[in-house]
Design a protein around this ligand. Sequence first.
Ligand code: AMP
Length: 213
Amino acid sequence: MNFVFLGPPGSGKGTQAMKVAQELNLTHLSTGDVLREAVKNQTEVGLTAKAYMDKGDLVPDEVLIGMIKDKVTGGELSDGFILDGFPRTIPQATSLKEMLKEAEANLDKAILLDVDDEEIVRRLSGRWFCPECSEGYNYPVKMPEKAGFCDKDGAELKRRPDDEESVVRNRLEVYEKLTEPIIGFYAKESILTSVKGVGSPDSVFNAILEAVK
Ligand code: AMP
């Protein structure tokens, strides 16, 4: 089974995509995670991507399309996948369709996590993570026992630089302008399913599992 997860920044798609992939034994690929790792390791892609990511802009299509193409042709996704954060533009969506066709595969569903803007800004401004183990926290929903420090390893929690308010606003604008059109793209392909991304993480998880059945 092959899925893409769509939704605005902070919709919870990363967390849910990881859990659903585990449950269904699928490969989870987050392009945001791959890019952050590339930035950390100062690779060529990372050096290109950093300036865009810091501003909350999208990294150019050719970089992302090349990255996904390598994974598709390298067979990394051939046992079933959830793409989290790709596609984010119409050219990315059409390229994905072509790549999968060439690999004699197809998308089963595009799952849209639906959360409104106010809730998004509230969530992102409370988002923290552990730089050591990547555990995520969300004030006031999921607070660490000791404020500012990870429950698992005691490391000092950090914020993603692109979670600063001005950058969040730009990320939302970019989402509306460039990414929302792909909702219509998948609706036309008759594979779009929308799931309400509000409520407890477990209830959203169960709603997604129902939707992908
Ligand atoms: P995310 O972790 O999915 O919120 O992605 C973090 C940042 O990585 C985004 O704000 C973009 O700058 C970049 N990024 C991730 N996926 C893509 C993509 N498919 N196309 C362009 N830029 C991307």
